[in-house]
Design a protein around this ligand. Sequence first.
Ligand code: GCU
Length: 338
Amino acid sequence: GLKKAFILALCVSTALGLGGCSSIKSEKRIVRISHAQSETHPEHLGLLKFKEYVEENLGDKYEVQIFPNEILGSAQKAIELTQTGAIDFVVAGTANLETFADVYEVFSMPYLFTSEEAYHEVMGDTDYMNQIYASTDEAGFRVLTWYNAGTRSFYAKKPIHTPEDLKGLKIRVQQSPASVNMVKAFGAAASPMSFGEVYTAIQQGVIDGAENNELALTNNKHGEVAKYYSYNKHQMVPDMLIGNLKFLNALSDREREVFEQAALLSTAVEMEEWDKQVEEAKDIAQNQMGVEFIDVDIQAFKDKVSNVQQEMLDDNPDIQDLYDHIQEINEKYAKGEE
Ligand code: GCU
């Protein structure tokens, strides 16, 4: 009736830039999340859970929209958008956070975690990690949770059996100084670029290869252009769900709880999917894409970069505490305790 016509008129005037219909008609706040992966990737599935939980509990007020495939920009661009509040959340690897809080450099250390168990325990300890997550508050954003991004290894157009095979190869790394140093320590040339550029760069021979988890071969199709994946397992680098701090701080206590719970639930879904999809990815890469998986003498690769951890500790005192904490958990699993 009349009221509807009134609101409509207001909304039209809003569209013309004349006023606020949002204050009268209860419009939902759109919550935007950006990530770099496809819509079948474990992270996307985890984020769908995030959306579901937020909308189940706060659906009258919030609508969550997920933007995959770097469509809002590469990780670094999307972090900037999250910093300014142009979008609300982004998923990005810790390598991309190093320039905002240098404690995150620790995850770029080669062979930091000595077992998957230790990695999962460190990351799963939310109370401990929350101290780390507060480190980017000054930059205007905060990590809510982590996602498993598996173990990273080298892959290239040519087989890599020993560290010597890396000599002279141009390897793409993430846009982080620590990643550049790591690949240099392995004896290769480092070429930093965003994730979305890697496929074409390998295809066109701009680089010889890259380093990542197995899903890069399938989900990101790198296995079409790089046929040799060597299990040297130099890093376990988590991805982080990052939120704009102003947005998070403006939430009521109950809302904040819902968003935090949604984040934890998304991690549970993501991790389960991860384990499944890595197995599938190996099978698809090997049997459908013709990628050869190479088992290497990991110790030889470790020896090649054995000074890097200490050098990084000397250069950056901010990583010492987290590093020591991780070593404790490493030891616990090395001794076979639970
Ligand atoms: C993985 C990781 C991403 C990261 C990417 C990369 O896919 O999950 O967060 O950006 O590797 O190497 O850039």
